[in-house]
Ligand binder design. Structure first.
Ligand code: HEM
Length: 166
């Protein structure tokens, strides 16, 4: 195994855990917790599991960035590869979509998540319809933002495959 294979191997493993993790949350965690727990237990369990996945997720995004860049640096000839339109376009597309995904994940981690946790705590202390309405709005935005990250990842995988075929 040479360095380029190691880099590609780590890239693929990190991609699988990142995309697989999001599918797992959507297809297994959310439906099981929703069917078996009441609303406030559902929220606290989702928060606990979500916080852990966010930590793992940020690490995976870092690995994807590092191994993505080393995939490029370890090409036999970067100059020749970049002359290929499809390769250059895939890399530019990947970098743009990756940046969007990082911004979207940051909004989820540092804005939506903490705001939802605070509201959940407040609305369990006082029974207030306005709070729970705001909470439901945030929950919807957070679902949309998670779906957006998954969609972006699937498009990035597509461009990864184009780049690797060249
Ligand atoms: C800054 C971010 C990234 C850069 C610069 C990058 C770069 C690359 C490059 C250069 C390749 C081609 C490797 C080769 O020569 O075979 C590649 C492959 C690939 N990338 Fe990325 N990548 C990035 C992020 C991602 C992300 C976030 C995902 C998925 C969520 C992803 C999924 C893939 C896949 C599935 C392949 C194909 C692997 C193969 O079949 O060999 N990449 N990437």
């Amino acid at each position: 195994m040479n360095l380029s294979m190691v880099s590609n191997y780590l890239h693929i493993i990190a991609m699988s855990v990142w995309v697989g993790g999001m599918f797992y949350i959507m297809l297994v965690e959310v439906p099981v917790l929703r069917n078996s727990l009441g609303s406030s237990d559902f929220t606290s369990n989702m928060t606990l599991l979500g916080k852990r996945f966010q930590k793992v997720g940020w690490f995976l995004l870092l690995i994807l960035l590092i191994t993505g860049l080393s995939n490029i640096m370890l090409e036999d000839s970067i100059a020749d590869m970049m002359k290929n339109d499809n390769y250059a376009k895939s890399i530019v597309a990947k970098l743009i979509l990756f940046t969007l995904m990082v911004v979207n994940t940051a909004i989820h981690t540092f804005y939506l998540g903490p705001k939802m946790s605070n509201l959940a705590k407040k609305s369990s202390a006082e029974d207030n319809d306005d709070l729970s309405e705001e909470y439901n709005k945030l929950k919807k935005r957070s679902m949309i933002s998670s779906g957006f990250s998954l969609l972006l990842s699937l498009v990035i995988v597509y461009y990864g495959l184009i780049a690797s075929k060249i």
